[in-house]
Design a protein. Structure first.
Length: 241
């Protein structure tokens, strides 16, 4: 399909998972793109400004325009930004952490871009979900990301058992996350309710200096549960063959 050269492009720009890791996880090309952009869809304006400032591109942050794109955003909220895209101005999408559109509200802008024939340009960068899967030793052929499990304890335990059952039946890796201050409660539910031989991977503070990634069975986790309160963490279950 012929590209519309008169419209702007929607650049999907990964953000850091851990502070001060620019040189480890972000290609030089990303900074070049950000340097040329003046408009951004962002999950959080304050953290987006801080991230762009940390790149030291010589940009005047006060001259940039940010449009909030969070979990409560509606298509109507993106109208101003998309009017600019239609007029030929390119816009970047910045996640709070990791890759836009992956467990992230940026997908709303991407879906609208496809509907309005705006070119979408995904840039390379860190995804905690994929990095955790890579490091887990579990199947990367068949996997599923479930986001957050239920907050209520009984429902959360029920969900964990269902994920374990599906992993057994379909040889599927199950991936999920939790609000960092509830990490310890979740881990406790896993070790108290899943089969002792089910493999459980904990991937915490991915890409940071204090990164912790470990896979072992539930029975072994019972003996030494790490302290992960308030640390961004991805959890994976494997109970397949």
């Amino acid at each position: 399909m012929k590209k519309n050269l008169n419209k702007g492009k929607l650049f999907l720009l990964p953000c850091l998972l851990a502070d001060d890791t620019h040189s480890k996880v972000l290609p030089v090309e990303n900074a070049k793109v950000i340097k040329e952009l003046t408009h951004f869809f962002v999950e959080n304006i304050r953290s987006a400004r801080r991230f762009i400032s940390s790149l030291k591109l010589g940009k005047d942050i006060e001259q940039l325009q940010f449009f909030v794109l969070d979990k409560d955003s509606l298509v109507a909220d993106l109208r101003t930004g998309f009017d600019l895209l239609e007029s030929g101005i390119s816009i970047g999408v910045l996640s709070e952490a990791g890759c836009p559109g992956i467990a992230d509200p940026g997908s709303l802008a991407v879906a609208l871009a496809h509907k309005t024939e705006i070119e979408v340009v995904p840039m390379v960068g860190p995804s905690s979900i994929l990095l955790a899967l890579m490091a887990s030793g579990f199947s990367g052929q068949s996997f599923e990301f479930h986001g957050y499990l239920p907050i209520e304890k009984a429902e959360r335990i029920k969900a964990l058992k269902m994920l374990e059952k599906e992993s057994v039946q379909k040889n599927k890796t199950q991936i999920f996350i939790e609000t960092p201050y509830r990490n310890m409660v979740l881990i406790q539910d896993v070790v108290e309710n899943l089969h002792p031989n089910t493999l459980f991977c904990i991937a915490s503070d991915i890409t940071a200096e204090n990164q912790f990634i470990k896979t072992q069975n539930v029975n072994n986790w019972k003996k030494n549960i790490p302290e992960l309160n308030k640390k961004p963490t991805v959890f994976l279950i494997w109970a397949g063959k």
